[in-house]
Structure formats: structure tokens, C-alpha cells
Design a protein around this ligand. Structure first.
Ligand code: ATP
Length: 299
């Protein structure tokens, strides 16, 4: 089902933390909420979950306006993790699943699956407090999805995970997407968002700068990211038509163009003496777009 948020607003006294935010997250899709520290991501999640009362706005589930979403169909990974430190990993997972009204046998099966999937088999009987931070994070993730929620909200799910475990998490999120869940997550890591999300919202100081499909956002800028490798000089490339900037790293040049069309002229110019090792024209990375839209614009 689709989660729709319309004109959602939260004021704390005179400070507006979330300002008329609208977004739509569909089932079987992954939605990324991106923004700098304090942009309003957690506040948005808390309002969707009714842990905070919105000042204004409407929340819809499957097209119907809802006052409070049914907690049993939501999985939530909060920013501040909260588990029972003295409880064994497996018991913890089953306990939270029981709270969501699931039966023990189904939970056991699901718990076995995810414990194995996240490489925690040897920690099954360990007390949660004895686990490393990353492993505790994985247990908390299993807790948030053990009852097979239709709506999964993950606040910074990748924080504290090493690259191997981040990869495991990515695969798990994709699997939940395949199962048809509606998934929203926040992250500062643009590469994760770029890889996983179908749709995203760029938040700045509580306001949405963009909300929609990633490919729509990327096509707003066009393919202006040109990578070249060959016998060139930086100064020579900088003079070519439409080149806004040139940088060089490990004999690979990166050119930022003002317009996608300029690439054709540059191609003719750089290949006039024949073979070059690399010429690739791409969209800006999400990180570059984010810096342009939200940051200082130095891409
Ligand atoms: N209970 C509160 N009372 C007053 N201000 C609050 C409260 N909760 C959040 N804020 C403010 O609202 C703004 C948005 O905070 P929020 O935690 O939603 O940001 P965030 O995007 O999740 O940031 P981060 O990436 O750092 O987690 C911040 O300026 C924060 O200080």
C-alpha cells in the first residue's frame, strides 16, 4: 500500500522543524529521505508513527486518511536504539515479534532465517549487551522487521555498520522490497541511497527541495559529468567549450560541463589524434546533486 504525506508540518514553539512536507512512498518500492543534520528526517518519521503530534498535515495509508497507523503493521528502526541489554539475542527478537501479535512458531522460523542471514548464528544465545555495536544494530534491525511489517521505517539503518554488513543490510532491504513492503529510510550516505532507492525526498531545514523518482532528479541536470583518460593537459581541457571545471586524479580527468550537448564537440576534439583510453558521460552522482541543491554548490 502507498503511504502518502501531505503538507506535514511540525512546529516546536516558533521553530518549524518540518515545513509543509509532501511525499509518496509506494509498496514494493524504496523511498529515501535525505537531508543534513537537523533537516527534519527523524521528526517526519515520528509524526508518521504518531510518536509526535503533527502541527498540520495529513497522513494517508492506501489512499485513506488515518489518524494513527496500526502499529502491528509498522516496523521502525529508531535513531536511538532500544533493546533489553540482558536478554539473549534470539529471545529479544521473539519478544518484540510477540508484542506485534505474531505467533511464536512463525517468529522462530523468521528469526532463524534473519539470524543466519545476518551472520549472527553464533550469537543466538549471547546477551545483547555483550555484542559489538554493529551486531547490536543488526539485532535491532531484525527486531524491526521480524513481524513482516507492510511499512518499514528505518532511521539511519547503515550507521555503525562496516562495508560487509552494510552490504548484507542492502540485500535484506531489497528482499523486503521484493516481498512487497513499503520501505522508507533516512541516510547521509548518498551511495546507499543511490543504489537502493526508487524515490527520494531532499530535505533542507524542514522543506522539501525535491520529492520524486531518482531518475527525474538526475535528468533535471542532464549528463554533464564527463570522465576522460588519455594524453591530455588539464589547461587544454579547461579551454574546451562548455567546460565549467576540470579536476585530475590518478591520470583520470573529471570535467563538469554546462550542457550535455557540449560533450559531442569535446569528443571530436579529444579523439582527433585517434585512440583514447576513456570517454564516459554520466549523470551527476546523487552526492554532487545533493551538494549543489543543499550545500555550498561546489561540485
Ligand atoms: N522535541 C523537540 N523540541 C524542539 N526542537 C526539536 C525537537 N525535536 C527536534 N527538534 C529540532 O527539529 C530539527 C529537526 O530535527 P530532526 O531530529 O528531525 O533532524 P534530522 O534530520 O533527523 O537530523 P539528524 O540527521 O541529525 O538525525 C532540529 O533543529 C532539532 O533540533
Amino acid at each position: 500500500m502507498t503511504l502518502t504525506v501531505e503538507q506535514l508540518t511540525k512546529k516546536f514553539d516558533h521553530f518549524t522543524a518540518v515545513d509543509h512536507l509532501s511525499l509518496e512512498a509506494e509498496s514494493g518500492k524504496i523511498f529515501g529521505l535525505i537531508g543534513q543534520n537537523g533537516a527534519g528526517k527523524t521528526t517526519t518519521f515520528r509524526m508518521i508513527l504518531k510518536l509526535l503530534v503533527p502541527t498540520d498535515g495529513v497522513i494517508k495509508w492506501g489512499g485513506e486518511t488515518v489518524n494513527t497507523l496500526d502499529r502491528d503493521m509498522i516496523g521502525y528502526l529508531p535513531e536511538e536504539r532500544g533493546m533489553y541489554p540482558k536478554m539473549a539475542v534470539e529471545d529479544q527478537i521473539i519478544f518484540f515479534g510477540r508484542l506485534r501479535g505474531k505467533n511464536k512458531r512463525d517468529l522462530k522460523k523468521e528469526a532463524d532465517y534473519w539470524i543466519e542471514r545476518f551472520g549472527l548464528s553464533d550469537k543466538r544465545r549471547a546477551l545483547t549487551e555483550t555484542l559489538s555495536k554493529g551486531n547490536q544494530q543488526k539485532v535491532q534491525l531484525i527486531v524491526s522487521m521480524i513481524h513482516q511489517p507492510s511499512l518499514l521505517i528505518l532511521d539511519e539503518p547503515f550507521s555503525g555498520l562496516d562495508p560487509v554488513n552494510a552490504e548484507l543490510l542492502k540485500k535484506a532491504i531489497l528482499e523486503l522490497k521484493e516481498r512487497g513492503a513499503t520501505i522508507i529510510f533516512s541516510s547521509h550516505r548518498m551511495d546507499h541511497v543511490e543504489e537502493l532507492c526508487d524515490h527520494l525526498c531532499l530535505l533542507q531545514k524542514g522543506k522539501s527541495l525535491f520529492s520524486g523518482a531518482i531518475h527525474e532528479l538526475k535528468s533535471q541536470f542532464g549528463k554533464i559529468n564527463l570522465t576522460l583518460r588519455g594524453p591530455f593537459m588539464e589547461a587544454q581541457l579547461a579551454k574546451m567549450p562548455g567546460v565549467l571545471s576540470v579536476s585530475c586524479q590518478n591520470d583520470t580527468f573529471r570535467l563538469l560541463l554546462s550542457n550535455e550537448q557540449d560533450a559531442k564537440t569535446i569528443f571530436n576534439e579529444v579523439t582527433k589524434n585517434g585512440f583514447i583510453e576513456r570517454f564516459s558521460l554520466d549523470y551527476l552522482s546523487l552526492e554532487d546533486i545533493f551538494k549543489r541543491k543543499v550545500g555550498d554548490g561546489n561540485v
